[in-house]
Design a protein around this ligand. Structure first.
Ligand SMILES: O=C(O)c1ccccc1N[C@@H]1O[C@H](COP(=O)(O)O)[C@@H](O)[C@H]1O
Length: 242
């Protein structure tokens, strides 16, 4: 149980570049250069976590596996890895990078038996990404519906899932503020820690998410706001430090 909100600066990789998308839609990329440089910059700024995403693997347009392994290997901080981790081979490759945990999206919707097995086998190293539009989960690069958020949450809870990364797709990459109501509702539906994702635009947004720590929000992913220089990571860490 954390008392202070953890921040996870994001590095999303597409075609070898660090990018940000709007609503997670392919084709909306803004490029921010080298993923390794971005990750090292967040580490130098004091991050304790990195949220590293292979977008090509998530979209099914190839993968950046070697680069993701290079970036993870270069980090002294904890790494949460996601995108395209859907079977034994991709999970083994992800865990072999030395990452702290992986975040499963599509697999939790399409191959629930496999996900139950890997939760049982790997425990805290497995998080599930609940990527939602309204209360409908989306998989395969957020292009396909994958069932009801709360039914899936109930199933995953019963299987022992350690934590959830909750993304409001409508907010992601928009700088429109987080969906606090969604976070409150998910926290009310599970006793597992929740990592918030999508929409952070200001230090006040982070303070508002930090107020949900007593409800079960453990961390927040921060992406576009950092790349757009709405604030620095140092300022963000300071804002949630008490
Ligand atoms: O992070 C994004 O912007 C994003 C956009 C579109 C698809 C996925 C995205 N991110 C991460 O990918 C995993 C899902 O990958 P998969 O379904 O397991 O292959 C998701 O949890 C997000 O962390």
């Amino acid at each position: 149980m954390v008392t202070k909100l953890e921040l996870l600066p994001a590095v999303d990789v597409r075609d070898g570049q660090a990018v940000r998308l709007v609503h997670g839609e392919s084709g909306t990329e803004t490029s921010y250069g080298s993923p390794l440089e971005a990750a090292l910059a967040w580490q130098r700024a004091g991050a304790e976590w990195l949220h590293l995403v292979d977008l090509d693997a998530a979209f099914g347009t190839g993968d950046n596996r070697a680069l993701i392994a290079e970036v993870t290997g270069a980090m002294d901080i904890k790494v949460e890895l996601s995108g395209g981790i859907r079977d034994d081979d991709t999970l083994a490759a992800a865990l072999a990078t030395g990452c702290t945990r992986v975040n499963l999206g599509t697999a939790a919707l399409e191959t629930p038996e496999w996900v139950a097995q890997v939760i049982a086998r790997h425990g805290d190293q497995i998080a599930v990404g609940l990527d939602v539009r309204g209360t409908t989960l989306r998989g395969r690069g957020w292009t396909r519906d994958g069932g009801d958020l709360y039914e899936t949450l109930k199933r995953l809870d019963s299987e022992g899932c350690a934590r959830y990364v909750v993304t409001d797709i409508a907010k992601d990459g928009t700088l429109q503020g987080p969906n606090l109501e969604l976070l409150r509702n998910v926290c009310a539906a599970t006793d597992r820690p929740v990592v918030a994702s999508g929409g952070v635009s200001s230090l006040d947004d982070l303070r508002a998410i930090a107020e949900l720590v007593p409800l079960g929000v453990e961390g927040s992913i921060v992406g576009k706001a950092l790349y757009a220089k709405a604030f620095t990571l140092e300022e963000a860490l300071e804002a949630v430090s008490s």
